[in-house]
Design a protein around this ligand. Structure first.
Ligand code: SF4
Length: 418
């Protein structure tokens, strides 16, 4: 079998900014330490009493009921949110004392994510890194892939593989993943249509195919998949969806109700995280009472969108499109029971992110492109860090939506027309 190595062109040649980065990856983070490196660090630090005490205070075992080698243990963060392994100069003490080979998979590879899709190794970048966000949102051709060499990775062999596609012959869901993902990404990237139309198109498609294309489906889904994918590429059909979503009126601010609830939970759980601080500032700025915050913010967001300069609006939508394409490429909908479940969660995540970006941009008039980019990058990487790549938190959101019966296509337009 010939193996290929692919990465989005925008991520090709990525290198960490190190001391020039506006943030650090060692703060307010759940840093996993895989089993192999747990043992290596432990053995290296047993050699003297001081290091042993640091190890005992800084590393703890994963106490959850289901634990894999990948999330075997964690590095504790200090009260101020920084990694407890940082030395007095703010540098990683494990790296400094024992070298890169002792560092855990996450610390070595971040923000790189490698997955294996059949005979292709896919490398992508996590959007919790501001430099990845900058490269992603300014990508000239967001669908273009380039070859990468494993030798370019921080660890050129034995690098962690985030996920691997099942190679079972009878796994129809996995076998057709690449084809369906490519079709969805091409629809999302097609900026001939409005941003909301494209979002509605891919959600509508995910909902339609999920009837017969899901985990455990049988091979008879093959013919239906081809028919549906061709129908969703027809202009006349897309125009109908375009008209529907443009005329849609949820009647009540469903999207802002969910956004406000999610961000309020975040504020309660982690009031010092950047996304909590930002949301708190936005509420103080826009809301002069605590009553009906979702309604007040809905009016503000709609006014901001109406009054926004055309080029700024285009730039925000282009950035969001590229954020979504990064998620579709890196996260893999096949990790969910069906494409619609993944897509509905993605819609909710994007509606929160959009709301934060518009509210933040709306506080300043006359932003130039550089200033606008800076704001978008800040909101995106902090949103990814604190909410979007926090799987435990997303599970809470998913359970709450399910309890309210909102993991349902009837609610999808409300998360698109924010
Ligand atoms: S956030 Fe990204 S650019 Fe910044 S230090 Fe971490 S990996 Fe490097």
């Amino acid at each position: 079998m010939s193996i290929s190595y692919k990465t989005p062109a925008s991520f090709s040649g990525f290198s960490c900014l190190g001391g020039d980065c506006e943030d650090t990856c060692c703060r307010n983070w759940e840093v996993k330490l895989d089993r192999q490196h747990y043992e290596l660090v432990k053995n290296a630090m047993l050699s003297n009493e001081h290091d042993k005490a640091v190890f005992d205070n800084s590393i703890y075992l994963n106490g959850r009921s289901i634990v894999s080698d990948h999330d075997f243990s964690f590095v504790r963060m200090r009260e101020d949110g920084f990694c407890s392994m940082l030395d007095s100069k703010g540098l990683c003490s494990i790296h400094a004392k024992f070298g890169i080979s002792t560092l855990g998979d996450v610390c070595t590879m971040y923000p790189r994510v490698v997955s294996r899709c059949g005979d292709t190794f896919e490398l992508s970048g996590a959007l919790s890194c501001p430099e990845v966000v900058r490269r992603c949102i300014d990508a000239k051709n967001p669908l273009k892939l380039k070859r990468f060499k494993p030798a370019e990775l921080p660890r050129s062999n034995n690098y962690p593989i985030q996920r691997e596609l099942s190679q079972l012959d009878d796994d129809f869901y996995s076998q057709h993943f690449s084809m369906v993902r490519d079709a969805i990404m091409a629809m999302m990237a097609n900026d001939e249509y409005d941003f909301e139309t494209r979002l509605y198109l891919i959600t509508n498609l995910a909902n339609k195919v999920s009837d017969f294309y899901h985990r455990g489906c049988d091979k008879s889904a093959g013919g239906q998949l081809d028919v549906v994918l061709s129908a969703y590429a027809e202009r006349g059909f897309i125009s109908k969806l375009d008209m529907f979503i443009k005329d849609y009126d949820a009647g009540s601010p469903i999207s802002l109700l969910v956004t406000h609830s999610v961000l309020s939970i975040k504020l309660q759980q982690a009031s010092t995280e950047n996304i909590s601080l930002l949301y708190n500032d936005l509420i103080q700025f826009y809301c002069h009472s605590n009553e009906n915050i979702p309604e007040m913010l809905t009016v503000k967001v709609n006014n901001i969108i109406k009054e926004l300069d055309f080029n700024q609006q285009q730039y925000i939508e282009q950035s969001l499109t590229r954020y979504i394409l990064n998620c579709l490429y890196r996260e893999w909908f096949v990790t969910m029971p069906d494409p619609f479940t993944y897509m509905q969660m993605l819609l909710v995540r994007i509606s929160i992110l959009r709301t934060l970006i518009y509210l933040d941009v709306g506080r300043d008039s006359g932003l130039n492109t550089k200033e606008l980019e800076k704001k978008i990058v800040y909101v995106m990487y902090n949103f990814a860090r604190n909410i979007d790549q926090n799987l435990e938190f997303l599970k809470v959101v998913y359970n709450a939506l399910s309890e309210q019966n909102m993991m349902n296509f009837d609610f999808s337009p409300a998360f698109i027309r924010i």
